[in-house]
Write a protein that binds this ligand. Structure first.
Ligand code: ADP
Ligand code: ZN
Length: 739
């Protein structure tokens, strides 16, 4: 079927004249595509983005693969309402969506929805109206008019507002000249959302081991086809410079590039660095973009106008026209796991997308995930090492502070050892970072008289005091109330005590010890949002703070030249929960945070406050030899058949009533097929037993590495009880969270 986009796309059709049937994925949790009739004269093909009626609504869907069902009479089906004027999703993109759907056991329509934008992005942007000097002189030449004419006499077109701005005149001055017939109205294509990056804008900045690393990766790419590489290098070793060369290679081949970053909204410095290397910024993709900009970027990506996107995990579902490389920076970061509707890990799915699209994928980390580490060792990923920091910079000297031997003052959390180090650092004119991965003032508030604990009314979690805001908040659901003066249980006034520290409380302690120091608290919940955080990160980088107190926000990728001390307030914090990745996570987070220090050649230190200095994770971090940690961790996983040596899937059953959730979970357990190599654990009440008023039960399915987990789960769900009432069943393949 021919396609004449000029008059067919975007038009409405007579619903009566239909000639064939196509499958369309609609954004609903249903297992397969729905059938729609194609009105006569409408050209659609697999991948076409369309609008279709669904009940009383109109929704956006995607024409899918599969043969038209000849048994269906097109006249009895509802017709597609319209086809948008945008390129269809490529065959690769459709295969990727099908793959993710099958792997995560998510409805294909919900996966496809992640790839398609709001209607405004689906049609081309309108042309921009502009003015071009036609000739002639105004009746009266005022200075303002003269300025306008000076700018326009070369007959280059200007937008009305652009011209007014450039000439420093009001719009009415321009209107006056237009009225006198001095200008023609012309239409210009809308400006591109970003300029084109140039792979050879500057000479590459790589030397020593970086050169070797870059050439290995580029050679890999020149061989063509899919490959997965892992750049494993300490913080500050130049991993970014190395993968820039991979990007340059992909650009030279005329392919588009996707760079995934865990905290893109906060990495303004990354965009500038990219611009220094390629002469233009990449397009950004994250949830803090305005809807209009998102539409422009989406459209630029499908049409091929945008060559490089730097984005958060959701950028993986952008329908690139000719994607040729994905870089996953900080590949170990838990932020790559989406736990909402479609549960997926963008790092793993990036590798899948590369395999389907037959192009290379480069994973990057200073502390690779155990999964990637094993893939690297087995040769499945091509491993590239950068063992030392670039230039003068040395890794910080790391020491444990045994809190049993050096306890803090009563009511305090900072040991005398750490306080002395902070003092010295500030006296030297350098910066200290105190890291505590806990927002707010105190994780628990209780009444000294009756012991009442403040709990969220809708969740099984304690309310966290946020003293700056005068609130107690639930970190699960966002519930907040004004911090009460009296205990709601016994009525006693002023007897509430804060238990344990959050960053705000550490700030208070710092204030007491260093009243003259300039301190900044960095935490995602503070007022001002991303804008303020960006400004504060810049201020810190410029040396405008002496002591920074922060959550994991400060751990990621930032470069603070004057930072020579990192103090970990509670190194044991992440080890306590029953998560199989607790050791790995703690190791990664603490390595990342201590890696903030000494990036410019100044001698630097890291002090980790711990009550268990003998713990293997603590020992591994201070030894400066990550391989010992990985070896041990990999051994433990192998013994217990934990990922990547075995497979896990979670089933989370929730309902308004506890009995409903529990009953359904038990029903699923009873329906579990009996096969060797796969076992079901639970159901058990989830550690977060109540979230937003919903009761939660969990089952954990544990299988051998080669077991077909998806087939097993599908069978379990099919044999299990029907989902009724408020019951919701959520599957989580390769779970990261066990709460
Ligand atoms: P990583 O990504 O491994 O943390 P970066 O690529 O950010 O390391 O490099 C750390 C610092 O060293 C950056 O400030 C970077 O500009 C600088 N750098 C790295 N390699 C080079 C190089 N070959 N020439 C000049 N500067 C470099
Ligand atoms: Zn809550």
């Amino acid at each position: 079927m021919g396609k004449d986009s000029s008059d067919l796309f975007g038009a409405l059709f007579d619903a009566q004249k239909v000639n064939r049937v196509v499958p369309v994925l609609v954004p609903l949790p249903v297992p397969e595509a729905y059938s729609y009739a194609v009105p006569e004269g409408m050209a659609v093909e697999p991948g076409s983005v369309v609008q279709v009626p669904l009940g009383p609504r109109q929704v956006i869907g995607v024409v899918w693969d599969g043969t038209d069902d000849v048994r269906l009479d097109p006249k009895k089906l509802r017709p597609i309402t319209l086809a948008f004027n945008c390129p269809p999703l490529t065959r690769e993109m459709r295969a990727f969506i099908d793959w993710v759907s099958a792997y995560t056991l998510s409805p294909p329509g919900l996966v496809a929805r992640m790839a398609v934008r709001a209607p405004a992005a689906l049609d081309p942007e309108p042309m921009v109206e502009a003015l071009r000097y036609r000739g002639g002189e105004p009746e009266r030449l005022t200075p303002a008019r003269a300025r306008v004419l000076d700018l326009t006499r070369d007959e280059m077109p200007w937008t009305r507002s652009g011209l007014a701005h450039a000439a420093g005149v009001s719009a009415s001055v321009i209107d006056g000249l237009v009225k006198q017939g001095l200008f023609d109205t012309v239409f210009l294509p809308p400006p591109p959302v970003v300029a084109l990056p140039d792979p050879d804008y500057v000479e590459p900045r790589i030397e020593g081991p970086q050169k070797q690393a870059a050439s290995e990766i580029v050679e890999n790419m020149q061989a063509g086809g899919f490959s997965a590489s892992l750049i494993d290098g300490v913080t500050g070793s130049g991993k970014t410079e190395v993968y820039f060369e991979a990007i340059a290679e992909a650009l030279r081949k005329g392919r588009q590039v996707l760079i995934l970053l865990p905290e893109i909204a906060l990495t303004a410095s990354f965009l500038e660095r990219f611009q220094d290397r390629f002469g233009a910024k990449p397009a950004e993709w994250h949830s803090d973009l305005s809807p209009r900009l998102r539409e422009k970027v989406w459209r630029g990506v499908v049409t091929g106008e945008v060559r490089v996107v730097a984005g958060a995990r959701s950028a993986l579902f952008l329908p690139f026209e000719e994607l040729g490389l994905i870089v996953v920076d900080e590949e170990h970061d838990p932020a790559y796991k989406q736990e909402d509707r479609v549960f997926y890990n963008a790092r793993d799915m990036a590798v899948v997308r590369g395999r389907i699209g037959d192009f290379p994928v480069v994973l990057v980390s200073a502390t690779p995930s155990v999964e990637s580490q094993v893939n690297g060792q087995s040769g499945r990923y091509h491993m590239v090492h950068l063992p030392t920091r670039f230039g003068e910079a040395a890794m910080p000297d790391l020491h444990l502070v045994d809190m049993r031997r050096h306890p803090p003052d009563r009511g305090g959390f900072l040991s005398p050892v750490l306080l002395r180090a902070v003092k010295k650092t500030v006296e030297n004119g350098h910066q200290a970072l105190l890291f505590l991965n806990r927002r707010g003032y105190a994780p628990l508030t209780l009444c000294r008289v009756c012991g009442h604990r403040f709990q969220c009314p809708q969740c099984s979690s304690w309310l966290v005091e946020h003293r700056f805001k005068g609130q107690i908040q639930c970190h699960q659901c966002g519930y907040a109330e004004k911090t009460p003066e009296a205990c709601p249980e016994c009525g006693t006034l002023d007897h509430l005590v804060a238990c344990g520290p959050g960053v705000e409380r550490i700030a208070e302690e710092v204030e007491k010890h260093f009243p003259d120091a300039r301190t900044i608290v960095m935490s995602s919940d503070l007022l001002g949002g991303v804008k303020r955080l960006r400004l504060e990160l810049e201020a810190i980088a410029k040396g405008e703070a002496d002591i920074v107190i922060g959550t994991q926000l400060v751990a990621k990728g930032h470069n603070f030249p004057l930072m020579t001390l990192v103090g970990i307030v509670d190194a044991d914090l992440g080890l306590a929960n029953g998560d199989p990745r607790a050791a790995e996570r703690t190791f990664q987070l603490l390595s990342q945070v201590t890696g903030r220090a000494g990036r410019t050649g100044l001698k630097s230190h890291g002090l980790l406050q711990t009550y268990q200095p003998q713990h293997p994770v603590m020992q591994a971090i201070v030894s400066g030899d990550p391989s010992a940690f990985y070896e041990r961790e990999i051994g433990e996983r192998e013994k217990a058949l934990l990922p990547p040596f075995g497979r896990l899937a979670s089933i989370i059953v929730s309902a308004d009533a506890r009995a409903d959730a529990e009953g359904h979970a038990r029903g699923l357990r009873a329906a579990a097929p009996r096969v060797s190599g796969i076992a079901v654990l639970g159901p058990a009440e989830a550690p977060l037993a109540l979230v937003r008023g919903r009761h939660r039960f969990r089952l954990l399915v544990h299988g051998r590495r080669n077991s077909d987990m998806q087939a097993y789960l599908r069978q379990m769900l099919a044999n299990g009880p029907k989902v009724r009432g408020s019951v919701h069943v959520q599957l989580d393949i390769d779970p990261q969270s066990f709460l």
